[in-house]
Design a protein around this ligand. Structure first.
Ligand SMILES: [Zn+2]
Ligand SMILES: [Zn+2]
Length: 214
């Protein structure tokens, strides 16, 4: 049976996110997910901490700010530093035993790799539920994935609990991190999902402002 995984979720360990451990598990279960990848900005601490504290399936990862766009490292066993070139970042992810995902490769308002995607990536995040404009982003990312013959994945890029699960990857694997990573490497996965509604995004922005200014 395929596992339903949201492979791109931020927690309060990212400066711009509101999701606590409690929210994460609550909404992941509510959406019928079998697991999530925690991918905080340039930090692995939250992912490792939460993975240790819960029985829910967590793939520890991080979203790395490379010099030329964001790159997700899944199942990395050590911190990959930000502000390296794409090639150096990919080397570091692979040295750390991880899987490199070109997240939101074509979108506005995010640090996107666009033309810098190569077959050195293990997967492309074809569906990112926070991407804008959503349909354009999915179509273009889909084109890149087929041109390069790379595995396709999806994630919500949630920064706020209710956003979790708007996109998910179906992974043909047993419920073990190693198995999941191996299945994605082989392309035994498919992306699914839709855009996070605008009203929900606005609510998140308001909550973030409230947190910032009290
Ligand atoms: Zn990003
Ligand atoms: Zn993100």
């Amino acid at each position: 049976m395929a596992l339903k995984m949201d492979l791109h979720v931020h927690t309060i360990f990212s400066p711009d996110a509101l999701i606590t451990r409690k929210d994460l598990i609550l909404y992941a279960k509510k959406r019928g997910l079998d697991g999530v990848a925690i991918t905080d900005h340039d930090s692995l601490d939250g992912a490792l901490k939460i993975a240790k504290e819960t029985d829910f399936l967590i793939v520890p990862g991080m979203e790395i700010s490379s010099l030329e766009g964001h790159i997700i490292g899944l199942d990395v066993n050590e911190l990959v530093p930000p502000r390296l070139s794409v090639d150096e970042t990919l080397d570091r992810i692979h040295e750390a035993g991880g899987l490199a995902v070109a997240c939101h490769p074509v979108t506005f308002f995010k640090e996107s790799l666009k033309r810098r995607i190569s077959p050195r990536f293990d997967a492309i995040e074809v569906i990112n539920a926070s991407a804008f404009p959503f349909n354009y982003s999915v179509t273009r990312s889909e084109e890149i994935a087929s041109r390069l013959g790379i595995a396709r994945v999806a994630g919500s890029d949630a920064h706020y609990g209710p956003e979790i699960g708007y996109a998910h990857t179906l992974v043909d694997a047993e419920s073990e991190i190693d198995e999941i990573v191996m299945a994605i490497r082989k392309g035994l996965c498919s992306p699914h999902g839709k855009a996070i509604p605008l009203t929900m995004r606005l609510k998140k922005e308001l909550l973030l402002l409230k947190r910032k200014f009290g």
